[in-house]
Design a protein around this ligand. Structure first.
Ligand SMILES: NC(=O)c1ccc[n+]([C@@H]2O[C@H](COP(=O)([O-])OP(=O)(O)OC[C@H]3O[C@@H](n4cnc5c(N)ncnc54)[C@H](O)[C@@H]3O)[C@@H](O)[C@H]2O)c1
Length: 271
């Protein structure tokens, strides 16, 4: 267990029913942090449910809907956070565009789809880092920023992942530059690169991988088995694997770690 009492953590894209953002929000709340959860307006119900669970853990929670690819929405998120908690100590950049029309070869990838993936995944991460880091510097309490990249943003490159992979590679570059710029302010910036995890966004990925399987649950089972069998630890990554690492990276126990992109793939790659 880590001590995040009196810390405020902002988590983007936390509205997935069984997503990584939700798992991190619950874990950081268990460590004592107050939590601000963001997602698009369409996820308000899920965010309010999450808020109730967080409050049951004796942490406070604020829900702020908004599109992180829009600077005015990110500024609003920070304004609301400051108004309620008067500080921001932790930022988890977790939101990502859904995977569907981008999973095609680069020669068939439409410009609009490319822009959408990069607007949300990369520009959204940039905007959140920019405005939150400014607040952290102003508050002079240091801070922790964690950007969710992916194993396909590191060395597990696959065909048909052109837009997604490049956005996740770029997030790691942004992480390294920010770590250099923010170190003097005692702000640590790291990225987590998970391997495949079954969440809501996986549904579209699985559908595109197993086009001949009409039943989604059967297709997910195949995906889990095939991916797991091809992994030294014999299974997929889980949202808990990610939230365990995120909690450590948010704690003072990891204070000398910055600028790193940590892969969570059960040994699938050698990095
Ligand atoms: N599931 C996997 O296999 C996997 C593997 C590696 C990395 N990741 C990364 O983990 C993160 C979380 O993914 P997940 O699998 O939990 O999926 P998820 O779909 O549960 O979560 C992503 C959330 O981002 C939200 N979102 C989309 N656009 C947004 C915007 N403009 N502003 C605010 N919120 C927005 C979505 O509504 C969604 O709730 C993503 O960055 C994803 O790329 C996932």
């Amino acid at each position: 267990m880590y001590n995040l009492k009196n810390k405020t953590a902002v988590i983007t894209g936390a509205g997935g029913k069984y997503g990584i953002g939700r798992s991190i929000a619950l874990r950081l709340a268990s460590e004592g942090a107050n939590i601000v959860v963001n997602d698009l307006k369409t996820k308000i119900k899920e965010l309010n449910n999450l808020r109730e669970l967080i409050i049951k853990k004796s942490s406070d929670c604020l829900v702020v809907c908004g599109d992180i690819s829009k600077s005015k929405d990110v500024e609003f998120l920070i304004k609301k956070t400051n108004k309620k908690f008067n500080r921001i100590d932790i930022l988890i950049n977790n939101a990502a565009a859904s995977a569907k029309f981008d999973r095609v070869p680069i020669i068939s990838l439409r410009e609009k789809i490319w822009d959408n993936i990069h607007d949300i995944n990369l520009k959204g991460t940039f905007l959140s880092c920019k405005f939150v880091a400014k607040e952290m510097i102003k508050n002079n309490n240091g801070g922790k920023i964690i950007n969710i990249s992916s194993s396909v943003g590191k060395d597990y490159v696959k065909e048909n992942y052109g837009a997604y992979s490049s956005s996740k590679f770029a997030i790691r570059g942004l992480t390294q530059v920010l770590a250099k710029e923010l170190g003097k302010h005692n702000i640590m910036v790291n990225a987590i690169c998970p391997g495949a995890i079954v969440t809501e966004r996986t549904n579209n990925i699985v559908k595109s991988l197993y086009k001949n399987e009409a039943n989604l649950n059967k297709a997910i089972k195949k995906y889990v088995k095939e991916y797991g069998d091809d992994t030294p630890l014999g299974r997929l990554c889980t949202t808990e694997d990610v939230s365990n690492l995120a909690a450590f990276l948010c704690s003072k126990e990891s204070d000398f770690i910055t600028g790193k992109s940590i892969t969570l793939d059960g040994g699938k790659n050698t990095d």
